[in-house]
Design a protein around this ligand. Structure first.
Ligand SMILES: [Zn+2]
Length: 331
């Protein structure tokens, strides 16, 4: 008899925390919580009951301290009452206590784990892929039964359509997918590029310390881009005949004092490479974990960095090819 009483009390407790839209078959505790429902009264009594629980083993207390579930119930009851008081103050008339529990989360994780095989410690990549698979299959795993949670009646926020649209939108304008947008709707990376270019343009002619290595890399890029190219205009816009301050490091790297074997980049190329590299670093902090990082970076560089100088003052005939190979070298 004592067991039956205990089971009923716990059953009521569960019901009171599962109040939802479905007006339970004669179970007032399964109804949404409001002031004229028995929930609050039940919780007051139940709190006292729970505090008096003692778990016995062979007639003796089984635990030194109350187990987490016992304290958990007390915390839940206090918290739910607090939530209800707060909601009432702002004008709520009902509360679906069902929405306070973590069943939807638990159900989702259960669905995801089913897609991870026996792997109970998936990597970030495996987790993301399992989540996608779960979404595609509509979180369809209930057929297996034996779940710990009731059907939470939740519907998916995502669906097949938007799942497959998302990557397309991302590649169309990758720099914006994870970037913060400014109020004007201009991607953050554009402002990064602008700022860096402003810093770079006086630094390059001045031959600042930090541009020396950029110039060295730019020289190597110029050499690669110009490989097999016989167009003089292309050469003139990417390389420099006179020794620029930024190129002294390259000059000192020459093996011979009399012969010039390294490639000396033009100021504009150094400026562009420096800007692109800085932009790339700022994107990497936000996009390194994404798929097709290279695509993201390529698109961001092409859409935000000013390559007009190649068309205007360089070679109008081959400018697109030059831009493409510079970006390819960079990524
Ligand atoms: Zn050309």
């Amino acid at each position: 008899m004592a067991t039956a009483v205990f089971v009923e009390e716990v059953d009521n407790l569960f019901d009171s925390f599962n109040g939802g839209t479905s007006v339970g078959q004669g179970k007032t505790l399964r109804c949404p919580l409001s002031d004229n429902r028995p929930h609050i009264e039940l919780w007051k009594k139940a709190s006292m009951g729970i505090k008096s629980w003692i778990f016995l083993k062979d007639g003796k207390p089984a635990f030194l301290h109350p187990p987490p579930s016992q304290n958990g119930w007390l915390i839940d009851i206090t918290a739910a009452q607090h939530v209800w008081r707060t909601l009432k103050e702002v004008g709520f008339e009902y509360l679906h206590t069902q929405n306070l529990n973590q069943d939807p989360l638990e159900n989702t994780f259960g669905a995801i784990r089913l897609n991870c095989g026996s792997n109970n410690n998936p990597t970030v990549g495996q987790f993301v892929n399992a989540l996608k698979t779960s979404i595609i299959s509509g979180l369809a795993f209930r057929g297996l039964g034996e779940t710990n949670c009731e059907d939470d009646g939740a519907t998916l926020l995502d669906n097949l359509q938007s799942l497959f649209r998302a990557p397309e939108a991302a590649s169309r304008n990758p720099s914006t997918s994870h970037d913060k947008e400014t109020p004007a709707g201009v991607p953050e990376s554009f402002h990064v590029a602008q700022q860096v270019q402003m810093d770079m343009s006086p630094a390059v002619p001045a031959g600042d310390m930090e541009v020396l290595s950029v110039a060295y890399v730019s020289g190597s890029i110029a050499r690669q881009v110009l490989r097999g190219v016989s167009c003089d205009a292309c050469k003139t816009c990417l390389t420099s005949e006179v020794l620029l301050s930024a190129n002294v490091f390259i000059y000192f790297k020459e093996c011979s004092d009399t012969e010039q074997s390294l490639t000396y980049p033009s100021e504009k190329l150094v400026e562009t490479v420096g800007t692109a590299v800085t932009l790339m670093e700022s994107i990497m902090t936000e996009a390194a974990h994404l798929n097709s990082v290279e695509q993201h970076i390529t698109a961001a560089i092409k859409s935000t960095i000013d390559f007009e100088w190649i068309r205007c003052s360089g070679c109008s005939l081959h400018h697109q090819r030059i831009v493409d190979s510079i970006v390819r070298c960079l990524t």
